[in-house]
Design a protein around this ligand. Structure first.
Ligand code: ACM
Length: 537
């Protein structure tokens, strides 16, 4: 139960003083691996000092140095040229070099599509004194290779004004491809509304870590955030507030298309969620006929859960769902439509099953694949549906067994264990933002688990990937989002991308620490966990 604040009391005085000592560097000084000299200006970043860890790295030869005369070479297609333009958009302001985009010549930085065993998102990056070549069989692979190149350059490359350099890329070859095809992040724009610019900012952060799915939690008790022409009060009234009673907001269809298209330009697919049959007060408040008693409840600005339900016996409920799903599917080029299904505590089990039996075919009718929170496995998940697991270590064996059984019967799983990758959980009891119903989740705990072994009995083929949700009951600004996502988000991204063989907290924390100057350059606020050997300057 999400809002059940049942964490055991800790010993505040002792823990508090331990934290103070740790924050003062008393613990990390003695145990930190050598200061990350690799991030100083002179020495190029070693090829393996990237997050997520690449699948294979072979250092060799001399570094490439970007200079005033370097070019960015793109082969003929418009899409490759666009990725080249994205890259020069990062490199030109900080290097101050012209870096022309060209489709002829040799040397420099080259982005190149070719047949090969790269998979849908993999790439090869080769660097030597003559240049850097990124090769992939699909544009998404080139884009991910560009993120690796970015991280191999000094953090100052992220600045918007000219920096001294030098701009070297270590020599050798990276061959890389993801462990999982679904690497997601969820943003709750319902509890507090986040506008288009804020969502774009988050998309840019996700892209840096090769995340490829943006799940938007578009409706909940506190707010409906997407315009629906056939039910206009959903947005105009249901979207008119948020937790705490602020003004809320909602996306017009044009706003939403802009988010989808920006995400696509960063190779992220948008997964829209309409949470049903619970978490539906904003809809129930907007239209009296959706309520079994025919009376609209007031708007809700608190943080309780489990009190609302669409009216399962009424036909109008399915007319409503059909309209909403039709309009949302028409805005969504992506494959998935998330129907929620969590914490339906005000819906009887029989009604829940009836509802899911009626709603899943509507999603299919409009050409989309169902994703639901894992409670969907207690009903009849449709053929091809994915269940998003948000349980914890302490989740009952029976609940886990139900999810595992569904996976054995063909339901794919997205893993979002709340006591690992819910980015809104407090890091420590002293974290001001966030919640603690799933426990306190420090950086090591968030990173140190294996998606492939997490639910014993679930077939390997059922594990489609990892998603890190960011719920926003306590979060109101982009700085708040940053602080909860960083530094845990890169760990979730690595769990989704990197081979299990690279998984190692002691080496990960050094790579993670080296990201901090990049976050500083990008204006990303982050939690300076005492578990991570941050650079001192
Ligand atoms: C959830 O946290 N209720 C999915």
């Amino acid at each position: 139960m999400r809002r059940n604040h049942s964490t055991t009391p800790r010993s505040p005085r002792i823990l508090g003083s331990l934290l103070l000592l740790a924050a003062a560097g008393v613990f990390t000084l003695g145990t930190a691996p050598a200061a990350p000299a690799a991030t100083t200006a002179a020495a190029p970043t070693p090829l393996d000092q990237v997050v997520p860890a690449p699948a294979s790295v072979k250092p060799a030869g001399t570094p490439y140095r970007i200079t005033r005369t370097s070019s960015v070479r793109v082969d003929g297609s418009a899409e490759v040229r666009r990725i080249g333009a994205y890259l020069t958009g990062i490199l030109r302001p900080s290097t101050g070099y012209p870096l022309p985009l060209t489709d002829h010549g040799t040397g420099g930085i080259s982005l190149h599509l070719a047949q090969g065993d790269y998979g849908a998102e993999g790439y090869r990056l080769h660097s030597d004194a003559g240049g850097v070549t990124i090769t992939a069989s699909a544009p998404a692979g080139l884009f991910h290779g560009v993120q690796t190149l970015r991280q191999l350059l000094p953090p100052a490359v992220e600045e918007k004004t000219v920096q001294p350099g030098p701009w070297q890329v270590a020599g050798g070859t990276v061959e890389d491809r993801p462990r999982y095809s679904y690497r997601g992040a969820m943003l709750d724009v319902s509890r507090h509304f986040f506008g288009v610019a804020q969502v774009k900012r988050y998309i840019d952060q996700l892209a840096l870590y090769k995340i490829n799915e943006l799940h938007l939690h578009l409706s909940d008790d506190q707010g409906w955030r997407i315009a629906v022409d056939s039910w206009p009060r959903l947005a105009t009234y249901g979207g008119s507030t948020e937790v705490g009673g602020g003004a809320g907001g909602s996306y017009t269809k044009a706003d939403y298309r802009e988010i989808v298209s920006y995400a696509a330009s960063r190779y992220l697919e948008v997964v829209p969620e309409i949470d049903m049959p619970g978490h539906s007060n904003a809809a129930l408040a907007s239209y009296a006929e959706l309520n079994c008693n025919g009376t609209a409840p007031p708007l809700y600005t608190g943080t309780e859960v489990g009190f609302s339900s669409l009216c399962v016996p009424k036909q109008v409920t399915y007319d409503f769902v059909d309209d909403v799903v039709r309009e949302l599917a028409a805005l969504t080029p992506g494959r998935y439509l998330h129907i929620g299904g969590d914490e339906a505590h005000s819906t009887s089990h029989a009604d829940y099953v009836t509802f899911m039996d009626r709603v899943q075919p509507i999603v299919a009718k409009y050409g989309k694949t169902v994703i639901g929170w894992h409670q969907l496995t207690g009903a009849h998940p449709a053929q091809g549906a994915l269940a998003q697991y948000w349980g914890l270590d302490r989740t009952s064996a029976a609940d886990k067994a139900q999810v595992v059984k569904a996976a054995q019967n063909g339901t794919g799983l997205i893993l979002s264990p709340a006591d690992r990758v819910y980015l809104d959980m407090k890091y420590t009891k002293d974290t001001k933002l966030g919640l603690d119903w799933a426990g306190l989740v420090e950086v090591e705990r968030s990173y140190d688990w294996n998606p492939g072994a997490y639910l014993p009995g679930a077939p390997d083929s059922a594990i489609r990937g990892v998603e890190a949700p960011l719920w926003s009951e306590t979060l109101t600004t982009s700085a708040d989002l940053d602080y909860m996502a960083f530094p845990r988000l890169p760990g979730a991204a690595e769990l989704g991308w990197s081979p299990a063989a690279t998984h190692d907290w002691d080496t990960y924390k050094v790579r993670l620490a080296a990201q901090a100057p990049r976050w500083d350059a990008l204006g990303i606020t982050y939690y300076r966990s005492p578990q991570v050997p941050w650079p001192t300057s």
